[in-house]
Design a protein around this ligand. Sequence first.
Ligand code: AMP
Ligand code: MG
Length: 327
Amino acid sequence: MLGLGIESTAHTFSCAIIEKKGKNGKILSDVRKIYRPADGEGIHPREASRHHIEYSSSVLSECLKEAKTSIKDLDVISYAAGPGLGPCLRVGAVVARSLSSFYKIPIYPVNHAIGHIELGKLLTGASNPLVLLVSGGHTMLLAFLNKQWRVFGETLDITLGQLLDQFGRSMGFASPCGKNIEELASTSSNYVTLPYSVKGNDVSFSGLLSATKTVAKKSKVDACYSIQETAFAMISETVERALSFTQKRELMIVGGVAANKRLSEMLQDVCKRHNCKFFVVPLRYAGDCGSQICWTGLLESQVKSGSSLKDTFVTQSWRLDTVKVNY
Ligand code: AMP
Ligand code: MG
């Protein structure tokens, strides 16, 4: 089976082609073009969607060329139907619908967050993990039970990615800022006490954001170091409690923030204490990409036929714990 996946939920427009043989998937190509807002500014949904429209055809043709295939050879087309920014989501959906109706190829709307998890499982080999999904759009702890992902903790306000990006922008960086903050943080070891907010098994980052902005007026590097230490310790606490509760023997981190080495280091310590295997999605596939959508569409095509065009919706706030996973 040969699939094409289209991702356009936020800053990234990406197309990927995966060949599925049994349980194995081989990524033949994954081409991305990322919208970058001006320094100090966040994503402007209309500008990001214009970016996606501008690059959609070149990304698609490069993706087909790299995979040495043509549209007619595809068995499945999938696109990210949510959650995400409406104007951006619609670009991917329109491209997918046009290809599907013109070439008569079955189409599958895919939940972007489930895409992060399924691609993580494919690439790491984790089989039944507790999942930490940390990205621009999500901060969630999840475990799979009775055909659905169940939430064992999440953010009550902004996500971990938003915390880092909003703090980074306040220092004048361009979004996404996680990597810049990680680099600056590695040059300090001076911890400044910051608000630590875990409520039940949920976290709240907005107070931490405001307080760190004040610290940054004195020292940017200490602020970067301290925001990471505080936020990642909060996440580690909730992971540890969820591991005790679920008795899972595997932990997998996915989403853009999974690229952070310090976060992995802290979670590896948690895993050691719980005799649990640690998996982290490979760096290249941590952030948003067509592969996560493509692979999930291919999995869905095993158990259901493609959607009719009238059901090729987009939903800005499509929670992953409402999706039935039957494959
Ligand atoms: P995604 O929404 O999955 O594409 O993830 C994007 C988020 O990942 C943004 O908030 C980035 O700031 C964050 N990110 C990327 N690289 C790193 C890193 N090395 N450390 C922390 N956060 C990162
Ligand atoms: Mg994402």
